[in-house]
Design a protein around this ligand. Structure first.
Ligand code: CDP
Ligand code: MG
Length: 199
């Protein structure tokens, strides 16, 4: 891919979460990204510890409240009362609850960590993943193709929403998450045969 001073060629981090691996979907999901033109430049399978996955997410008050707000939105869409569901309407309290469930979820089995490189990689990968809640995700997206679960289901089962994939959403998340999962390992540099056509 031709180097681009405007920063159109980006790198981003994707995790195939334990449900994707356990369901045998790793290959199919990787193919979705590769087919769009995103190049695998680093890849590993790991069995992460609870402590390790706890440090994957930003854990800032804004991020915790954001997860709580997503839960509240699902309740609103479904006409459900948050008090009846989780005993509070406070996005922070709901977010903290979801954070703990996420630690259980991400440490429950092997995870595949990948760094993709390509045009508008951060946004393109998020678009391919679809909305956080598979129930609301576009049917053609990865989350919408392989699941229909939602925050309502997650809360009813006291578990994180099993939505198959994680993808960095900002350059800051990319920096933190690639360092977290790959440390000082350098991504591979090579040309894909179709790069001139895709660019
Ligand atoms: O993963 P994404 O960036 O789309 O969403 P997030 O708001 O950063 O939340 C991180 C993860 O927490 C989600 O991918 C879900 O697995 C989980 N989550 C949940 O289980 N229930 C919620 N109400 C919100 C998030
Ligand atoms: Mg996120």
């Amino acid at each position: 891919m031709s180097p681009n001073a405007a920063g159109i060629v980006e790198r981003t981090l994707v995790l195939l979460k334990p449900d994707a691996v356990a369901r045998g979907l790793a290959g199919q999901i990787l193919a979705r990204f590769e087919t769009v033109g995103l190049k695998i430049v680093a890849l590993k399978m790991v069995m992460p510890t609870r402590d390790f996955v706890a440090r994957h997410y930003p854990n800032t008050p804004e991020w915790i409240a954001g997860m709580g707000k997503k839960t509240l939105e699902t309740y609103k869409d479904r006409g459900l009362d948050p008090i009846a569901e989780v005993g509070t309407t406070d996005p922070m309290k709901i977010g903290e609850m979801v954070k703990a469930w996420n630690i259980d979820y991400l440490s429950s089995g092997p995870v595949v960590a990948v760094i993709f490189e390509g045009l508008h990689a951060i946004t393109t990968v998020r678009k391919l993943c679809g909305a956080t809640m598979p129930f609301s995700a576009d049917p053609g997206s990865i989350r919408g193709s392989y699941s229909s679960t939602s925050a309502v289901v997650g809360n009813a089962t006291k578990r994180a929403v099993r939505n198959l994939v994680h993808a960095s959403s900002t350059p800051e998340e990319v920096a933190h998450e690639t360092a977290h999962w790959f440390g000082p390992e350098k991504p591979c540099v090579y040309r894909r045969a179709d790069e001139d056509i895709l660019a």
